[in-house]
Design a protein around this ligand. Structure first.
Ligand code: AMP
Ligand code: ZN
Length: 463
């Protein structure tokens, strides 16, 4: 059994030796984005950090001995609002599907550019899946089953078309965020929904408004409805990892209430002492010393950053700070990361080096993913002229050496996908969307040609 990995566990607030329940198989879950708009650079942090952890675990336990689940939240009020705004006149459910499909596609494009492993990189045909990206809407049945069990056990109740988790039914609720139940009860707001038995009770299921996505309800409720956010993760983790598993990860904003509520649901449902043994949380990202927000005008998407910087520079820049610390995202930092990476990957033979962690780098990562230390060790390898170790380690860390200026115009797969979307828009007689796609490609120097036989081909427009 591999030894030496230590991780800081939010549950105990301590750095602990990592030991999976099944010594031959690690199971890990990370909360993913809600897909309604371009992901911002803060969302890229957990994706990159937990991709690195996934790579490290694969190295330690073997590629066939790690299962990583990162979900996609595709039912949410924000998605409904965006769909109604962007596609007026289109039936809401169709509009929602367009929003989520498009956003998910953009998200995948973004994170792939950041050197993040994708299902197609690691899942072998016929083998056990190593990386799973479940969607909430594909796990409604599991959610209903969890909710029915919680109701049967007296941990949840139906009221006015809602199903609520009754928080006082779990005496040690609040143990992850270290908020004692009595304190929360004392501090609770008084203007709560009248159907709640306790002001702390949270929604497992709620009614859908007319036109909104809806599914048959649990708990004997006649009208259709939709799940609350927290139950989605409990259901997806259960389906793909079992009643309890090893690592649960996400940004620290999720500790309360999201992770606390996931724990309440899963533990009460399955009667286990823990939902996950190790809870890992990444610190927050801020921009040039300020909190990132739309109102401050410093809100940046992964797309924005990728327009100016190669994805691998972005990846390196993210790993310069330890994952638990806050990170200050600055242009200066990016410039420095670009110079560093450029120097490293220019070494002759870089692309031929097989992925292999140099020992000092591995030791740094084993210590709670100490990436600043790991990067210092890489600088050391570079200074010592140890090219083979430097290149092999960079590859193991997810750097392929692709740091040239991005040229999106000539990514044929992406253009083919855009052409497909345009054909679908034309089939829908959505000429505005079809023109928008054509113009967007044109702005990037790609000229489309609609052929008589119904196919569309493209060429790079020469100025
Ligand atoms: P959301 O779509 O807001 O639920 O976020 C998806 C993931 O990104 C979660 O793990 C969040 O904790 C994380 N996240 C959101 N904003 C930031 C930020 N500014 N810095 C670091 N992580 C973030
Ligand atoms: Zn979650």
């Amino acid at each position: 059994m591999p030894e030496g990995l230590r991780l800081t566990n939010t549950l105990t607030r301590r750095k602990e030796p990592f030991a999976p329940a099944d010594p031959a198989h690690v199971r890990m879950y990370a909360c993913g984005p809600t897909v309604y708009d371009f992901a911002h650079i803060g969302n890229a942090r957990p994706v990159i950090v937990f991709d690195l952890l996934f790579r490290l675990l694969r190295h330690l336990y073997g590629a066939d001995h790690v299962t990583y689940v990162r979900n996609i939240t595709d039912v949410d009020d924000k998605i409904n609002a965006r769909a109604a705004r962007d596609f007026p006149g289109v039936p809401l459910n169709d509009a929602i599907r367009r929003v989520t499909a498009e956003t998910e596609r953009q998200f995948h494009e973004d994170i792939r550019a950041l050197g993040v492993l994708m299902p197609e990189d690691v899942n072998r045909p016929g083998g056990r899946l190593a990386l799973i990206e479940p969607r909430a809407t594909e796990h409604i049945e599991e959610m209903r089953r969890l909710i029915d069990r919680l109701v049967a056990q007296g941990h949840a109740y139906a009221a006015e078309g809602h199903v609520l988790f009754h928080v006082p039914s779990m005496p040690d609720y609040g143990s992850l965020s270290r908020r004692p139940l009595e304190e929360m009860e004392a501090g609770a707001r008084v203007d709560v929904a009248p159907y709640k038995r306790s002001p702390l009770d949270f929604v497992l299921w709620k009614p859908s408004k007319p036109g909104e996505p809806s599914w048959p309800s649990p708990a004997g409720i006649a009208a259709e409805g939709r799940p609350g956010w927290h139950i989605e993760c409990s259901a997806m983790a259960w389906k793909h990892l079992g009643e309890s598993f090893d690592i649960h990860a996400g940004g620290l904003d999720l500790i309360f209430p999201h992770h606390e509520n996931e724990i309440a649901q899963s533990r009460c449902c399955f009667g286990r002492p823990a939902m996950a043994t190790y809870w890992l949380h990444n610190g927050f990202l801020q921009v040039e010393g300020e909190k990132m927000s739309k109102s401050l005008g410093n809100f940046i998407t992964i797309r924005d950053v990728l327009a100016d910087w190669p994805g691998e520079v972005v990846r390196l820049n993210m790993l310069k700070t330890h994952y638990r610390q806050p990170i200050d995202w600055t242009v200066r930092g990016l410039e420095e990361s670009a110079r560093t990476l450029d120097g490293w990957v220019r070494e002759p033979g870089f692309r031929e080096a097989p992925a292999e962690f140099a020992r000092p780098v591995l030791d740094a990562l084993l210590d709670d993913l100490n990436t600043p230390k790991a990067l210092a060790e890489l600088h050391g390898l570079a200074r010592a002229g140890n090219r083979q170790a430097l290149a092999g380690t960079l590859r193991a860390l997810g750097f392929s050496g692709d740091v040239g200026a991005p040229d999106p115009a000539v990514d044929p797969a992406e253009i083919a996908a855009a052409i497909d979307r345009r054909l679908a828009a034309r089939a829908d007689k959505n000429w505005a969307e079809s023109d928008r796609i054509r113009d967007e490609l044109k702005a990037r120097g790609v000229q489309l040609k609609d052929n008589k036989d119904g196919t569309t081909t493209w060429e790079v427009a020469r100025a």
